[in-house]
Design a protein around this ligand. Structure first.
Ligand code: ZN
Length: 144
């Protein structure tokens, strides 16, 4: 993870350590885990593709000044990025404002969207490592 993209607020610095520590204090945020299905999906698609999905979700579901169905636009499951969004408090504009001081009612600039994507991908990488250790899978348990 190269980082380097300015995200503002507490999201940057020390490679998200303080952000993750803050999220760990929330029972709701910290209960999100990648399932075996998620792990297999990510392994099959590859991180670059997952990042593209993540960029699309952020651009279309979060970045507009008034996103459709704001507050309910991020399902609890169905894509690993959705779980990352809940775990990272990047699920809706209300959470982004409350946790990361992203102003509501205005479009999120591209640079800050990229910072959110970096943050979510960092969570996914950590969650992948955790899930693989938990499940003892070494890629060869992948179903196809
Ligand atoms: Zn939310």
């Amino acid at each position: 993870m190269a980082g380097g993209v300015k995200t503002g607020a507490e999201m940057d610095g020390k490679r998200y350590d303080s952000a993750f520590a803050r999220l760990a204090k929330s029972k709701f945020r910290s209960r999100f885990r990648l399932s075996q299905e998620d792990v297999e999906y990510i392994a099959a698609k590859g991180m670059a593709t997952i990042r593209t999905h993540c960029e699309d979700f952020i651009r279309t579901r979060l970045a507009p000044s008034n996103p459709p169905k704001d507050g309910r636009q991020t399902p609890m499951r169905g894509h690993p990025v959705f779980k990352a969004q809940h775990a990272c408090a990047c699920c809706c504009r209300g959470c982004l404002a409350k946790w990361w001081k992203v102003p509501e009612g205005e479009e999120i600039p591209a640079e800050r969207q990229a910072g959110i994507v970096d943050f979510l991908m960092a969570w996914i990488e950590r969650a992948m490592a955790f899930a693989q250790a938990r499940d003892g899978s070494k890629n060869n348990s992948r179903r196809s």
